[in-house]
Each structure stands twice: as structure tokens, then as C-alpha cells.
Ligand binder design. Sequence first.
Ligand SMILES: C[S@@+](CC[C@H](N)C(=O)[O-])C[C@H]1O[C@@H](n2cnc3c(N)ncnc32)[C@H](O)[C@@H]1O
Length: 242
Amino acid sequence: MSGFSREWLELRAPYDARARSAALVRHFADALPPRARILDLAAGAGANRDWLAPRLPSSTSWILVDNDSVLIDGVPDARLVDLSTGLETLDAIDGATCSAFLDLVSKTWLERFVKWLAGRPLLAALSVDGRVRFTPGDAEDGAVLAAFAADQRRDKGFGPALGPAAPKYLENLLREAGYRLATAQCDWVLDGRDKPMLAAMIESFAAAAPCGQGWKERRCRQADTGRLRLVVGHVDIVAWRD
Ligand SMILES: C[S@@+](CC[C@H](N)C(=O)[O-])C[C@H]1O[C@@H](n2cnc3c(N)ncnc32)[C@H](O)[C@@H]1O
């Protein structure tokens, strides 16, 4: 078990689908060879492949890897691999993709990852970039969000996690390795129509912030009455070498 439940992945999937950039997929598709074999890293229940497959040639084949046997149970083409140790065992790949994964990894792992990529195209979708904005504001937002950001930097099995600093760190590594890049903001924008998702986000912010009980109650009331708006910043990155 990785700590990511199937319920959470199912809840977030439509928000991810709505937010992510179709334009960047075209760059990725153009950089792949015919009949490409694509690796989806930290695939969970396969939401990234589900979204990408209809946007790529039907001749594309897939390998999905994750270290959570419960999440990948029954997912076609999925293999159990711990990417903290098993990355370099993965080969016969023409391109790589991941979604909602980069915040978990460390600088050292990203350095290994770019070396392993060795010039192959990458589409890294839906990485948090640290922009979080509640409307209306609350006096405790700063403290709660700072505690959440500190929690994002905890070691998640790959060394000290980069959290929202991961996309920029990866972009720099890819440029140094001679890649061309395109990026797009793909934010979640949640409001009164998104009560279960808002409730889940409030819960995870508050769980990281011991001071946050009063904050949590206020935010839940606002979400219940449809008065709360939340933007969570994400970025998609596509990278290829000419
Ligand atoms: C936020 S989920 C994203 C899942 C999926 N990509 C999606 O967009 O729905 C993060 C995923 O990283 C996986 N993960 C965490 N640590 C891992 C590791 N060491 N090796 C492989 N997968 C890992 C988790 O099991 C989980 O499926």
C-alpha cells in the first residue's frame, strides 16, 4: 500500500482530465517513433493512460508501473515495480510519462531519472507547483499552507521529497541534458459544484497542520454553503530532443 487510495484517485481523475493540456500531448506524440512503447511511471489505477491513449496513435503500447499492488490489481499492462530502486531495470521503452507523481521524488532521484531517460521523450503531467489560493481568504491560510508545504517535503521513499519544487528542478535538468521543453499550467479550479473534492482537499490540508481545527471547521462550512473557491496550481511538462 502506498497511502494513495483508489477512492482518492477516482475522485481526482475528472479534475485532472479537465485541467491537463491536450496541446502538450501533440508535442509528445510528434517526438515518438511509430508503434511507440510508452512507460507510465507510478501509474496507480491507470488514469494517465486512460486519458492519453485516445490522444495517441492506436498502435501505441503501454507498460504501467507502480509499487502498490492494490492499486494496480486488474489494471491491464501493469507491473509491480518500486521506482525508488527499480527504475534502471526498465528498458525497451520509447517514451515515458507520469501524472501526479513528481512531488514525491527527490533531487537525486530526478537526476537518476533524466540519466535513465537518455534522450527519450517525456510527458510529466499534473505536478503541483505550490500555488494554492482559497477565496475568500482566511487569517490562518498562511500557517495551514506552510504546514502542508512542509509535509510535502517529507521523504516518500525516494529521499527528501521536492514537493512543489520538483517541476522546476526537472525542467532545469532536462535543459542541461539538451532537451527542448514546453509547459502549461493545468490548475484545479474548485467551487460550490465540487463539494466532495473540496472536502477532501480541506481534510488533507488540515491533517498536515496541527493548528488547523478551527480553520477546518470554517472552511468546511464555507464549502457546504457553496461559498468557497480553491485553485491548486499544477503544471504539465513535455520534453523531447531533436
Ligand atoms: C498521486 S498518485 C498518482 C497515480 C496516477 N499516476 C494518477 O494520476 O492517478 C501517486 C502514485 O505514485 C505511486 N508511487 C509512490 N511511490 C512509488 C514507488 N516507490 N514506486 C512506484 N510507484 C510509487 C503510488 O502508488 C501512486 O499510485
